[in-house]
Design a protein around this ligand. Structure first.
Ligand SMILES: Cc1cc2nc3c(=O)[nH]c(=O)nc-3n(C[C@H](O)[C@H](O)[C@H](O)COP(=O)(O)OP(=O)(O)OC[C@H]3O[C@@H](n4cnc5c(N)ncnc54)[C@H](O)[C@@H]3O)c2cc1C
Ligand SMILES: *[C@@H]1O[C@H](CO)[C@@H](O)[C@H](O)[C@H]1NC(C)=O
Ligand SMILES: *[C@@H]1O[C@H](CO)[C@@H](O)[C@H](O)[C@H]1NC(C)=O
Ligand SMILES: *[C@@H]1O[C@H](CO)[C@@H](O)[C@H](O)[C@H]1NC(C)=O
Ligand SMILES: *[C@@H]1O[C@H](CO)[C@@H](O)[C@H](O)[C@H]1NC(C)=O
Length: 532
């Protein structure tokens, strides 16, 4: 009986399930139909873990999972584009880096045989420095590339002379926060029915209720290290300053040890997760309405698209995308409507150019090319008025040096010169004027014109792509958290409307979205296995 149910799951075939007609002792429906809306990290993980947990528990109920994704690809905020339009150069446009302790992502790379590249920063040879922190006037910190490979900010011996004990205290604090968070993965916490409770039960409320700046001050780790290093990290990772972002997310930013990304694109983790889940993936399909059939004793939901195609009925719906951007009408209205929160509008600009970062732009002498770090992070001078952001950008990275294909060179002879691939994060669109100063080439911007970089000559910028993301929320200090079950919290039979994106105001990463997907899957399977 149990092994047969598992086999049915494995094949994930309705036909097989239907041919198995033996009545069950109780009256629960034999097939539990789950709709997952969204094929990013959270939705892919939901589908994968529904399949995995149901198999592990040999559920009597067969899960039938359908995943809806409005784009024609799985991955959501993780996706690659091909630099120089060349498939040899896939480049992350969204979520780029995860760390070894991100056990869901890491374990999936192992399971799917995806290779990860332990090196986070570029392979250039033009600079003596992997990393520098620029405050708008000078570099307040530089990391030499002759040091051993990038290991995070914790080259403590070298930091001590400059910053005293603050680096050690910050590291200890980051470890404390991460250790508390890692308990979310384990019994008795996992799966958690309430985000607020799991945060409180693991003593993280204190850290999230104050800013990173206040948290570091409370642990005697404020001052220059917080300003130069921790704030550079919160700015590159979340486009937020240390006095804005809460303490938990600030410490996540300092937990960079064992950084990696999947060769040729992190989206492959989520693509493979959906594939292995056995779920049906309905692509290019934007859900616009979820209707509950009130006259059905076991609630059932119909999902509709704008062209009036209906799908369902489903027993459960998992919304795996931020509610405020999903544009879905719920009928009847949701019992618990997720709060609308501010998201960062982040401009990610990728471009290639034969030119190098200009020493003069950073106030260095023109002949000191090797002094310009290949990745430039930013902070503000310690005495700066925090409302007055001095920078046009949050970070600039020289990712790699590309050699165009023979075919591309045949079309544009200028591509015979090696092309530098850059990525810039900024709060607005970059202009030709800015790029020409950054890379030190002649450019006459027409006064009054918007001066987009797409109009720069192809010998200065040979390829470019700009994407504006709602990348992550403003991680303001908070003590209230979103519900995981938005409808049906009075029932405990795996039905209802579930929500993953509430976790983003706690920690917004690929891993935490995947964790929430696994958590919702765990809750659904738990309810199905232990009916009340
Ligand atoms: C530029 C950038 C850099 C980042 N860097 C990192 C990093 O280095 N490391 C890290 O861990 N994280 C990073 N992040 C954050 C990380 O990418 C996200 O936290 C994570 O990918 C979110 O996953 P998700 O599944 O919750 O949401 P999403 O990825 O947004 O997935 C939601 C999906 O739902 C779909 N959808 C929405 N509405 C509907 C609808 N009505 N019908 C059907 N489908 C719908 C969307 O198309 C999307 O595919 C970065 C993000 C950005 C943008
Ligand atoms: C890349 O493709 C775009 C769109 O097709 C095209 O406009 C552009 O010229 C191409 N660039 C290169 C460097 O091949
Ligand atoms: C990941 O793999 C490790 C080692 O096998 C295991 O201990 C851990 O529980 C796994 N974590 C998850 C979330 O699967
Ligand atoms: C609603 O549920 C009832 C009872 O199961 C069923 O008879 C009816 O057809 C359903 N309506 C729709 C629109 O699915
Ligand atoms: C190459 O660059 C030069 C300027 O340096 C320009 O005059 C020429 O038109 C470019 N060639 C092509 C094929 O774009």
């Amino acid at each position: 009986m149990k092994s047969l149910a598992a086999l049915v799951l494995l094949c994930s075939s309705i036909a097989l399930a239907d041919s198995f007609q033996e009545p069950l002792a109780n009256q629960r429906p034999r097939t539990h139909r789950v709709a997952v809306i969204g094929g990013g990290a959270a939705g892919a993980s939901t589908a994968y873990h529904l399949h995995k947990f149901a198999g592990e528990r040999s559920l009597d109920t067969t899960l039938q999972v359908t995943l809806f994704e409005k784009e024609n690809r799985i991955g959501g905020r993780t996706t690659t584009v091909n630099a120089l339009n060349d498939t040899r150069f896939p480049t992350e446009l969204g979520g780029s880096i995860f760390v070894r302790i991100n056990q869901i992502l890491y374990n999936l790379t192992q399971e799917f045989g995806l290779s990860t590249d332990a090196r986070v920063f570029g392979d250039e040879v033009t600079s003596d420095y992997d990393l520098g922190v620029w405050n708008g006037k000078e570099f307040v910190f530089k990391q030499s590339n002759s040091d051993s490979r990038w290991q995070g900010y914790w080259d403590i011996a070298k930091l001590l002379w400059k910053y005293g004990l603050a680096p050690v205290r910050t590291r200890n604090l980051a470890r404390t926060v991460v250790d508390k968070f890692l308990r979310f993965y384990e019994k008795p916490h996992f799966p958690f029915a309430s985000l607020g409770n799991v945060i409180e039960n693991n003593e993280l409320l204190e850290y999230i209720s104050m800013s990173g700046k206040d948290l570091l001050a409370a642990y005697n780790a404020d001052g220059a290290f917080a300003n130069d290093i921790v704030q550079a990290s919160t700015r590159v990772n979340y486009a937020q300053n240390l006095d804005q972002i809460h303490g938990v997310e600030s410490m996540v930013c300092m937990s960079t040890e064992g950084g990696m990304s999947v060769d040729n694109g992190n989206w492959q983790i989520f693509h493979e997760a959906v594939r292995h889940s056995g779920a049906e993936a309905v692509m290019d399909t934007s859900i616009t309405k979820v209707t509950r059939n009130a006259s059905d004793s076991t609630a059932s939901y119909i999902l509709s698209t704008s062209d009036e195609t209906d799908f369902g009925p489903f027993d459960a719906v998992v919304l795996a995308a931020p509610y405020q951007f999903a544009n879905i009408e719920f009928d009847p209205p949701l019992k618990h409507v997720p709060e609308s929160i501010d998201y960062v509008s982040l401009y990610v600009t990728l471009f290639t150019s034969p030119h190098f970062l200009s020493p003069a732009f950073f106030g260095l002498s023109p002949d000191s090319q090797a002094e310009v770090p290949s990745t430039v992070l930013t902070t503000l001078p310690e005495d700066a008025d925090k409302d007055d952001d001095l920078h046009d950008f949050f970070s600039i990275s020289h990712l790699s040096t590309l050699y165009a294909s023979d075919a591309a060179v045949a079309e544009n002879a200028n591509l015979s010169i090696p092309q530098n691939l850059y990525k810039i994060f900024s709060h607005g669109p970059l202009t030709g004027d800015f790029i020409s100063k950054l890379l030190n080439f002649d450019h006459t911007s027409t006064a009054g014109k918007s001066d987009p970089i797409s109009e720069l000559p192809s010998w200065d910028v040979s390829w470019q792509l700009e994407k504006v993301w709602h990348s992550y929320p403003y991680e303001i200090p908070r003590t209230e958290f979103e519900r995981i079950k938005l409808e049906g919290d009075d029932r405990h039979d795996g039905s209802g409307i579930w929500y993953t994106s509430g976790i983003e105001s706690f920690i917004s990463t690929m891993e935490t979205s995947a964790l929430m997907g696994a958590n919702v899957a765990g809750l659904i399977v738990q309810e199905l296995g232990n009916p009340y």
